[in-house]
Ligand binder design. Structure first.
Ligand SMILES: Cc1ncc(COP(=O)(O)O)c(C=O)c1O
Length: 414
């Protein structure tokens, strides 16, 4: 019986050889390969600027800080995401304010965003302030250490969940109305496309549509460098801020000092972090970028095969793209009409050689956030987690594998 893991990265000899070249080059971190990768990445997604970083969590953290998120602030985002989304807000000393998702895209519901802003915040002195900060006076919330809690709405952070583009047109209209910056969590969305004009023209996710977009190169993502991240930006001034923060606040890079023909002393102008990407990772990323179109096209063919093969199975809901989205299918998540059978179906599949994962987690159900958010407060997010099953999808699969897995799913249904 053929066994299917849930994901396998697609790394080949080209990546190994590129990394080997960097070993022997004498420059292994934050050097020329990082600069080249940033340039090629920006070119691919259509961004003006890109900044290579250690991972997506660092990109979210530094991106939020660059647009002004500060101690005691609030960032509206979704709970239905990998916990790094919410954690990155707390790393800024701010607090995530969760809104619900649309069940068919697993992404921020623009109506829920609008309702939260209208009902839970009040405008004062040109800023929006959370009416009631009391839920944050306990647990790990940074707001409990700030007296009295500020609760200024400082940013909105939609997630392009498992590569499916969020409804940026609707979200940006709300953000612009209230003059709130937008940082996109595009961790999974390299190669996904979005149309802002009803399907006539298409841009890559991360162009960016908000102020910045953050990508992950973890091995579960379509493009991997082992670990790693990238922040794409519209504004050069924001790029400079992030470049400073990623290297301890140092105002002259190692590369600039290395290339100088006069003695240069660096200064340290802000309290920075270490968010560097290595040249070893960047060299792998450059090779992966050459294959990205092929990787996305193959995933899209596999998703079509899954949709055909699963269509007749009663009780299984297959994912569909909204009219404005072409996803990279970083993950293929089916939903069960009856969530109570989720574990039994997953166990049956595991016993029959198919590895799966439950639907995407909800941060508000985990210890660091459960003090602030009660079970039942985000019904669509909770249903998506409880009824979702992530199926195997990786480059080495063929369409016939999707049909084989669908047959095993059919047999697992009660
Ligand atoms: C939506 C989302 N945001 C953020 C992250 C964090 O990415 P990284 O592991 O590169 O920090 C992930 C990783 O899985 C993710 O899926």
């Amino acid at each position: 019986m053929k066994k299917y893991p849930v994901a396998i990265p697609w790394l080949g000899e080209e990546e190994a050889s590129a990394a080997g070249d960097v070993f022997h080059s004498g420059w292994v971190t934050q050097g020329p390969k990082v600069g080249e990768f940033e340039k090629q990445f920006a070119n691919y997604v259509g961004a003006d600027h890109a900044c290579g970083l250690a991972n997506c969590t660092v990109a979210l953290h530094l991106g939020l800080k660059a647009v002004g998120v500060d101690y005691g602030d609030i960032v509206i985002t979704v709970s239905h995401s990998f916990i790094a989304t919410a954690n990155s807000v707390r790393h800024c000393g701010a607090e995530p304010y969760f809104v619900d998702i649309e069940l068919d895209t697993f992404n921020m519901d623009p109506a829920a965003l609008s309702k939260a802003i209208e009902e839970d915040f009040t405008e004062q002195d040109g800023q929006l302030w959370l009416n009631d900060c009391s839920r944050f006076e306990c647990g790990e919330s940074p707001l409990r250490r700030i007296c009295p809690p500020k609760g200024r709405l400082a940013a909105i952070m939609p997630v392009h969940q498992v590569g499916m583009p969020a409804d940026m047109k609707a979200i940006l209209a709300i953000a612009e109305k209230h003059n709130i910056p937008v940082i996109e969590d595009a961790a999974c969305a390299i190669g996904s496309q979005i149309s802002m004009d009803g399907g006539t023209t298409w841009d890559h996710v991360g162009a960016p549509h908000g102020d910045g977009a953050c990508f992950s190169f973890h091995p579960r993502k379509v493009l991997t460098t082992g670990d790693g991240g990238m922040l794409t930006l519209k504004d050069e001034a924001l790029l400079r801020k992030v470049q400073l923060s990623r290297q301890h606040g140092m105002d002259t890079s190692d590369l600039a000092r290395h290339g100088a023909n006069k003695v240069v002393f660096e200064g340290y102008t802000v309290t920075g972090f270490n968010g560097r990407l290595t040249d070893i990772q960047a060299s792998v990323g450059l090779e992966q970028l050459k294959r990205i179109s092929e990787m996305v096209a193959h995933r899209r063919a596999l998703a079509t095969a899954y949709a055909e093969a699963l269509a007749g199975i009663s009780g299984v809901i297959v994912p569909v793209e909204p009219q404005y989205a072409k996803t990279n299918w970083q993950s293929y998540i089916i939903r069960l009409e009856d969530p109570t059978i989720q574990v039994a179906v997953m166990q049956h599949l595991m016993d029959n050689g198919v590895s799966t994962r439950r639907g995407i987690m909800n941060s508000h159900r985990e210890k660091p956030y459960a003090d602030q958010w009660q079970e039942g407060c985000l019904p669509m997010s909770e249903l998506a987690q409880d009824s979702g099953i992530i199926l195997p999808l990786y480059h080495q699969m063929q369409e016939k594998d999707c049909h084989e897995i669908a047959e095993r799913i059919a047999r697992s249904m009660p």
